[in-house]
Write a protein that binds this ligand. Structure first.
Ligand code: HEC
Ligand code: HEC
Ligand code: HEC
Length: 116
């Protein structure tokens, strides 16, 4: 039975390694979020992972998948501007009120309006 134990051992290690790498998928560094008529919202993802630390702060509401916010808005699981109001602006406002370095709170500093 010893060879079987070795196989089980190596399978366990392999799984652990795969799981670790899967957990290390931090997504792209810069994401461009759909911002409707106000124009796209550039989102520095890795800056936030360093500043916020806990992935769940944002990903409790939408999964770690590209385009997940828009998909949830289309399905009705998220309201339009819900992430914007309840995550982005709320966190930035609270930190700003505490005098901490944080991100933008005004429309035009988040949304990039295309010319023309
Ligand atoms: C401040 C909010 C926030 C935090 C914190 C955050 N994310 Fe994200 N993440 C986002 C947003 C916004 C998107 C883009 C969603 C979309 O495209 O609709 C995203 C997308 C992703 C994606 C898929 C898209 C891509 O870029 O490839 C992965 C993977 C991901 N996040 C992993 C993580 C991990 C791992 C952590 C923690 C270490 C984390 N995120 C922390 C906001 C956040
Ligand atoms: C901190 C960044 C930030 C600020 C400040 C901000 N927005 Fe947004 N806005 C976003 C993000 C991210 C989205 C996409 C996610 C969502 O809809 O919740 C968005 C989405 C939108 C949408 C599109 C909703 C849809 O699905 O059609 C509109 C319109 C909009 N914002 C208008 C505004 C206006 C007007 C202001 C100022 C009063 C403003 N935003 C301020 C980040 C921001
Ligand atoms: C839980 C708190 C939190 C949430 C949620 C959050 N942010 Fe931020 N944001 C920060 C902090 C903290 C910084 C400053 C990071 C730094 O300078 O190191 C920041 C910085 C930024 C910056 C400026 C980056 C730079 O290089 O100056 C932008 C743009 C931004 N956030 C957009 C967004 C958008 C869009 C969302 C929603 C999808 C969002 N943030 C959600 C905390 C948050």
């Amino acid at each position: 039975m010893k060879p079987l134990l070795w196989i089980a051992f190596f399978l366990t290690i392999t799984l652990a390694v795969i799981t670790t790498y899967a957990q290390q998928n931090k997504g792209t560094e810069h994401v461009s979020l759909y911002g409707g008529s106000w124009g796209a919202v550039p989102f520095p993802h890795h800056v936030h992972q360093r500043a916020v630390k806990a992935c769940e702060t944002c990903h409790d509401v939408f999964p770690q998948e590209s385009g997940s916010i828009e998909a949830l808005k289309v399905s009705g699981a998220l309201e339009k501007k819900q992430v914007m109001d309840q995550q982005c602006r709320q966190c930035h406002r609270e930190m700003k009120n505490k005098g901490l370095a944080t991100g933008p709170t005004r429309c035009r500093t988040c949304h990039i309006k295309e010319e023309g």
